[in-house]
Design a protein around this ligand. Sequence first.
Ligand code: ZN
Length: 292
Amino acid sequence: MPEKKNERIINAQQKLIQYYMNERRLLHTALNWSRTSGCDPNVMIYSPSLIKLPLKIKSIDDITIKALICQLSEKFYLSGWQPGTGGGLSILTGTGSKDSPFRLYTSPSGVQKEDMIGNDIFVLDMKMNLISSTHPHGLSISSMTSLWYIVYKYRPKVRCVIHVHSINSVLASLLDEKSNKMRLTHLEMIKGVNNYSFNDILEIPIIRNQVSEDKLGPDFERVIQQFPKSNIILVRRHGVYVWGNSWEHAKTQLESVDYLFECAIKMKDLGICYSTMPHLPYNNDFIKSNFF
Ligand code: ZN
């Protein structure tokens, strides 16, 4: 009997190894906003299990995107970035043609991010009309929905916007309460944001918070035009919005920028400057008292 048990364990281990060797953990589709861009509609879609399902993309499209939003939301919840139903996520699909109209998928209001299901996701057209057949029963649309449209309007290549209430983003917005922007430079992870290099200065606009998310609209619209290179907006004492040309792009930038926020918070605590060249001391008194 113990031999059979060992055999089962070995088999399970081998399956696990095979899984980690061959399968990506996050869902993906062959749509033009995803890493598998350009695939034909008969391409194999790989499920997160060991089974490979030959599915027509058009038939799985809607389901996959909804499941992906649930999966990403759970991930951000587990990172501590979307607690207490806070934050949200939107994905835009389609090309805008008659055959492939734009469809905006968005997480609902007031649902625990680790417990969302595909049927909770709202699907809208570009005039913010619900696609009736997919209306989630008993749920309200998120108050941040109008903000997704602002990003998609001014950044036509963007296909995903993520909003989180991470502690790092809240604290980063308070490092200089008098400034309407945050500047970061000479930090490796700047490379994770758009096409910035180590020596570049990453400027992130900061807007003031409002009593509800939709009231952020005017300031949101203003800074998105004032900072054409920025893929990020910080909302003071609230959180951060990050977007990208695919969900992968948005997610990796969010991870990079949250890391940068944490660096900046800790650097300020140590008296090290995060916004100028490294040889310029942030706090002369700190340097004198600690190094001379
Ligand atoms: Zn928020």
